[in-house]
Design a protein around this ligand. Structure first.
Ligand code: SAH
Length: 215
């Protein structure tokens, strides 16, 4: 067994102890090499349960948060999923092992292109990445069975929630006053109404509206 294998198994066991109990989610984490998503200078920390810096001043999320959010999303292989905030591509890679298709949007071209190269290298062919402003969602591909936002939204992201199918689930960190967010799970019922459940406090980089200038 390689070092990476032993370390990923240890990580999975630690996540299970902290509430990530869905075996499909744990299996997807186990089969996703986080070392392929972190900058070289952080390789030694790739399998630790912590967020790490990536390019453009952004972060790859903490594995526990990835595990809990993925579990809340309740994805299966019939799901068409939209992710806002591709970042390193790690969360999208995990979703790609559970969903039928993953659409992911990143506003920084540098990050989006790096993530796309990782998806090709790992042969994750059911991920469609795009550079742009994710706050507008992806109207051409809507509606979605699941939507996940991996950046802190200042307010409830109604434009995105309009792209959620009846029976669909969205998981979004929504800002409190003072730099933290509450992780909210939105469930769209078959009659179209939206249920809102506050799950836990989290800390994400901000969801920024608008285009970037060729970054
Ligand atoms: N899911 C990522 C976490 C990335 S951090 C991972 O697994 O690594 C959040 C990302 O959201 C950052 O890369 C940031 O640039 C991006 N982001 C912020 N606002 C955005 C927007 N309006 N549209 C798309 N991406 C956005």
């Amino acid at each position: 067994m390689s070092m990476a294998d032993a370390r990923v198994i240890q990580l999975v066991m630690s996540l299970r102890g902290q509430g990530v109990t869905d075996r499909h989610v744990l299996g997807a984490i186990e089969r996703t090499p986080r070392n392929a998503f972190v900058p070289d200078r952080f390789l030694d920390h790739a399998f630790e349960d912590r967020a790490l810096p990536i390019d453009c001043g952004q972060t790859i999320s903490q594995p526990l948060v990835v595990g809990l959010m993925t579990q809340l999303l309740n994805v299966d292989d019939r799901c068409k999923v939209l992710e806002i905030g591709t970042g390193s591509g790690y969360q999208a890679a995990i979703l790609s092992k559970l969903a039928r298709r993953v659409y992911t949007i990143e506003r920084y071209r540098t990050l989006g292109k790096e993530a796309e190269a990782r998806f090709s290298k790992l042969r994750l062919s059911n991920i469609t990445p795009r550079i742009g402003d994710g706050t507008k969602g992806w109207p051409e591909q809507a509606p979605f069975d699941r939507i996940i936002v991996t950046a802190g939204a200042p307010v409830r992201p109604d434009t995105l929630l309009e792209q959620l199918k009846p029976g669909g689930i969205a998981v979004v960190p929504v800002d409190n006053d003072g730099g933290t967010q509450t992780l909210i799970r939105y469930t769209r019922s078959d009659d179209g109404s939206l249920q809102e459940d506050a799950i836990s406090k989290v800390r994400f980089v901000p969801l920024v509206e608008g285009e970037t200038k060729a970054l």
